[in-house]
Design a protein around this ligand. Structure first.
Ligand code: SF4
Ligand code: SF4
Length: 257
């Protein structure tokens, strides 16, 4: 009897060891894949260790929507409404009551004029996009490692590995992701990674006529984003979530979420 128990335990331990070995193998292959991908998209460039950030000055945004349009063109985002890597929200704050937020077609075509605006205290525009969080919930929930943080701090999706489970879309507290209707993979802003790694600006920053969007390297003391941070009181969206966004807002009031 004792012998049988011993034999049984031995088999259980053996199975446990096998499961552990398989898990370790899978983990290693993911780590390996991520390293390969990081090298591939980084082109072995000198950007390692750099962290990018975008600044948005709400006082300067006029809601023209050029940024959202340029983003769609640059990144081949489907033209239909509801698919955006970046979009503009308009906050209409009444004298009494709660603010109303609208974003017709993501603000690409601008915003309709307000009629009967006597009861309105103020109105402003808030461009939004993926925050490239330092602690990204989307990366944590992805079961296959398709969503990951590059070595220079940009949150990316590898479409080759995405299984379209939508976990990341549900996990993102900023509504920054969508399911691509043709590719059936999760999609979102990459900070125009293909451009910034060549020293170019993201398309949305390049076209903004009022310089409401600023972009640069956080570690470079001469970069525009450092100047932006020096000159403004900076806030991030939903700070209580501790996601540590890399999109920094100037002029965002508490009602902006
Ligand atoms: Fe605002 Fe600039 Fe975008 Fe126009 S292009 S909506 S001003 S951020
Ligand atoms: Fe992920 Fe959303 Fe944060 Fe972007 S904003 S890194 S999609 S959790």
């Amino acid at each position: 009897m004792k012998k049988e128990n011993k034999k049984h335990l031995g088999r259980r331990q053996f199975l446990k060891k096998c499961a552990k070995a398989v898990c370790t193998g899978l983990l290693l292959s993911f780590v390996e894949f991520k390293n390969v991908w990081a090298k591939q998209v980084g082109n072995g460039d000198k950007s390692a260790e750099r962290k990018y950030a975008m600044g948005i000055d709400i006082h300067k945004c006029i809601g023209c929507g050029r940024c959202a349009d340029a983003c769609k063109k640059e990144n081949k985002v489907p033209r239909e409404p509801h698919y955006f890597r970046t979009w503009i929200e308009r906050y209409i704050v009444p004298i009494k009551g709660e603010p109303v937020v609208d974003s017709p077609n993501g603000g690409i075509d601008g915003f309709p004029e307000l009629k009967g605006d006597k009861g309105i205290l103020k109105m402003f525009f808030v461009p939004k996009l993926c925050n490239h969080c330092a602690h990204p919930p989307c990366v944590q929930v992805c079961p296959v490692g398709a969503t990951f943080t590059s070595r220079d701090g940009v949150v990316l999706v590898d479409p080759k590995y995405c299984v379209g489970c939508r976990y990341c879309i549900q996990a993102c507290p900023y509504g920054a992701r969508y399911m691509h209707p043709e590719k059936h993979v999760a999609d979102k802003c990459t900070f125009c990674y293909h451009r910034i790694t060549k020293g170019l600006l993201p398309a949305c920053v390049e076209v903004c006529p009022t310089k409401a969007r600023i972009f640069g390297e956080v570690d470079n003391p001469t970069s525009p984003i450092r100047r932006f941070a020096r000159l403004h009181t900076i806030t991030v969206l939903k700070p209580s979530l501790n996601t540590e966004p890399m999109v920094l807002y100037a002029g965002a009031e508490g009602m902006v979420r």
